[in-house]
Design a protein around this ligand. Structure first.
Ligand code: T1G
Length: 702
């Protein structure tokens, strides 16, 4: 052990001759090179020590082991440090029985260490899994060869590909642990003295005969759900090496693991992993700002959004009152909520008992006095400023001191709404995305007068109700929709110039978004889009720049989208599959002729760049204006609000991968050749590109 190495493996000897090895690297015992070195050395020393009769291996604090230290990925290892695989084999080859006392999460390398032990005892809070695919890699310390040997091939593949951790009870069912005990260390010590060492690598009893097509069939079955997530398919290939002798299979796993370390997917997924944990630590909120306690919630309006918002509180066990103006509106709204829950129960994803419990937490009221004691009130009424001001004036008069007054507006000025109260510091935007009980994103819109405490309360509440709260400032469209306007605008220009909706949607779908702009328009409603444009025209007037009229023309044909089974596409009865429509094609071609545009072949590359680079361009403007404080905020908004593929890290991370200078050059090209009005590169994009830097480097240098 070199002098500068911190001690992360501690040992203590029990009177019964058992040595307890505790991995201690706060906060969650991630395995860095120090731990690999000390774990390996400790196990070798134990093996040679006749005084040791048995071994318990456990974690300090709330976790067993969180896996390899992700922060050290991509960094060179100090020479001579054993691999984690070496550590796993040092455990398994120990002549004394080694029992893992899994006191908390055992993730990735954490579970691999536990599977190197001869037996495993779980504590009640144990969670176990091989979630490496969530950071774009695969289990790289024998996990692909050991988990199938305790849980069986199918169960192991399901766990590895899902990237989920399973609770102790499920781990017991699967055979991953031998028992669940309140005091896993005590139970493990007893087991270490009572049982002989058992080497998992020598036990193929749970593997059995493997049909030739088994792994290909498995990959076919996951293809749609996990398209684009390459590491998941590589993980299946690594597990498939189980047909080889163990040592060869482990070497093959190591090769694939090494390959995964340097992929764009791995860089993107690590970026998202850490961004998820940085979101709530917004630079505008002092770290030690206290958050208000939220024990009672209220929602104003029980329409689609209000009902969905209320469900989030009920799902988190927080009682919530929903206020509507009339009993009829209330009954209708709560009926939709009950229907949503019933649908989940019928799909077997919620028990009837859980549904009843959650519905019991939602109560309907029609008087503002009934919500006076709420800790937070979320307004979700019609998107009209006068109505919202009236609601907030009433809330100001009725709600208790210290209540957070939130608006779910998606387009209106949060500052103007706040000024309808005498407590603008208590007002914040909580822009839920539809459907509010499903989509994970909330844009937490901080007004000019929103206090730190109010902002902190909204940020801390988000994960508690199953959401990802991302803070932004006040502007038209906040962050997500302001960027979406540019994306949609270019998509419409492209079909004026020669593409068709199905061309654009195919390219965007293949890039990794759940659907392209035209399919999304049909899903959200062509009529909804039309009304939003009309509202914006009333509010802002004409832009005096190029605008497409094709979407309006589709609306005027009565083609409102999926709801009318006709929009940009046709939809067969009971189907959501878009079918191109000849009338729409003719309308588009006629629009080009009316505009004097000679239609041309538009390449897939142009479609991709014209739709997605404007996202980056608008993101650069949002950063320069301070509406988005960090590139990671923009990335999270687009991943959780619009389905931007995680394996690309979000628009700004993706920009860093392809190079801001490349994005600049292409935008300048399209501004010259197709659209000078909207594609002028943002000054910050020019600045970052000009420095040969990335947006991440720009942000870190601030
Ligand atoms: N490496 C580095 N830092 C980690 C970490 C890790 N593996 N896991 C967590 N952290 C940090 C996290 O960023 C946060 O930091 C703090 O610890 C608390 O985390 C060879 C190659 C274990 C379920 O993918 O899933 O093993 O924000 O808030 O809610 O095959 O952490 O406070 O500065 O999430 O109690 C595989 C990742 C690695 C698991 C605990 N392992 N971690 O949840 O705490 S690759 C993972 C988690 C690997 C091997 C391969 C969770 C947790 P900060 P937290 P938590």
């Amino acid at each position: 052990m070199t002098t500068e190495m911190k001690t992360v493996v501690e040992t203590r000897d029990r009177p019964d001759g058992v040595r307890v090895v505790t991995l201690n690297n706060p906060p969650v015992n991630a395995i860095g090179w120090e731990m690999r070195q000390q774990l390996h050395d400790t196990m070798r020393a134990i093996d040679a020590d006749p005084a040791v009769k048995g071994v318990v291996l456990t974690g300090a604090g709330r976790a067993f082991i969180a896996g390899a230290d992700i922060r050290q990925f991509g960094q060179p290892n100090p020479p001579g440090v054993p691999s984690l695989t070496d550590g796993v084999h040092a455990i398994e080859d120990c002549g004394k029985t080694v029992v893992a006392a899994v006191n908390g999460p055992a993730a990735g390398g954490g579970l691999e260490v536990a599977l190197g032990c001869h037996y495993r005892i779980a504590g009640p809070k144990a969670r176990l899994g091989l979630p490496e695919v969530n950071i774009g890699t695969i289990p790289g310390a024998t996990g692909t060869q050991r988990l199938p040997r305790v849980a069986g091939l199918k169960n192991a593949l399901d766990m590895i590909v899902s990237g989920d951790l399973v609770p102790a009870t499920r781990a017991l069912e699967l055979g991953i642990v031998e028992a669940i005990e309140d005091d896993p260390v005590e139970a493990a010590a007893a087991m270490a003295l009572a049982r002989p060492p058992k080497k998992l690598r020598e036990d193929d009893s749970k593997i059995g005969d493997i049909p030739d097509s088994f792994f290909d069939d498995y990959k076919n079955g996951m293809a749609r759900r996990w398209r684009g997530f390459e590491a998941r398919f590589k993980a299946v290939d690594a597990v498939a090496k189980i047909v080889l002798p163990y040592a060869e299979a482990v070497e093959a796993e190591r090769v694939v693991f090494r390959e995964c370390q340097g992929t764009p997917e791995a860089r993107a997924m690590r970026h998202v992993f850490f961004s998820d944990r940085q979101a709530a630590r917004h630079p505008s909120i002092p770290k030690d700002t206290p958050a208000a306690t939220i024990e009672k919630a209220a929602v104003i309006g029980c329409g689609t959004m209000g009902g969905g918002i209320a469900m989030n509180f009920a799902n988190a066990g927080i009682p919530v009152k929903v206020l509507e103006t009339s009993p009829e509106a209330l009954e209708k709204g709560l009926g939709i909520v009950a229907g949503n829950y019933a649908a989940t129960v019928s799909r077997g994803r919620l028990s009837q008992e859980a549904m009843d419990r959650r519905l019991g937490l939602i109560s309907g009221v029609t008087g503002y006095d009934d919500i006076a004691d709420a800790d937070i009130v979320i307004e979700a009424v019609f998107e009209n400023m006068d109505i919202k001001k009236q609601v907030f004036g009433t809330l100001d008069a009725v709600c208790k001191e210290g209540a957070v007054l939130a608006t779910n507006t998606s387009t209106l000025d949060v500052d103007e709404i706040a000024d309808a109260t005498a407590r603008p510091e208590a007002v914040v935007g909580t822009h839920f995305f539809s459907p509010a009980n499903v989509m994970r994103l909330i844009e937490i819109v901080r007004g000019a007068k929103t206090s730190d405490a109010t902002a902190q309360t909204a940020m801390k509440l988000s994960p508690r109700i199953g959401k990802v709260g991302v803070m932004c400032g006040v502007c038209d469209g906040f962050v997500g929709n302001r960027m979406l306007y540019q994306y949609s605008r270019q998509a419409n220009f492209l079909i004026e110039e020669g593409a068709l909706p199905q061309d654009v949607d195919r390219v965007i779908y293949d890039f990794g978004l759940p659907m392209g702009p035209f399919a999304m328009g049909d899903l959200a409603g062509v009529d909804v889009g039309y009304l939003v444009r009309q509202e914006r025209l009333k509010k802002f007037g004409p832009t005096n720049k190029r605008e497409s009229k094709i979407a309006d023309a589709i609306y005027h044909l009565g083609r409102y989208g999926q709801k009318t089974r006709k929009g940009w596409y046709d939809y067969a009865e009971g189907s959501r599959t878009p079918q191109p429509n000849a009338e729409v094609t003719a309308l588009i071609e006629q629009a080009s002729a009316d505009l004097g545009i000679a239609r041309r072949a538009v390449s897939d590359e142009e479609v991709l760049e014209r739709c997605l680079y404007p996202l980056i361009n608008e993101g650069a403007k949002l950063l320069a204006e301070g509406i988005a404080a960090r590139p990671l905020d923009i990335d999270l908004i687009w991943i959780y609000g619009y389905g931007f593929p995680r394996y690309r890290g979000g628009p700004m991370h993706w920009a860093d991968e392809i190079g801001p200078a490349h994005v600049l050059e292409r935008l300048e090209h399209y501004a010259r050749t197709s659209d000078p009005d909207w594609l002028e590169p943002a000054p910050l994009l020019r600045e970052v590109a000009g420095q040969g830097a990335t947006f991440r480097e720009w942000a870190e240098a601030r």
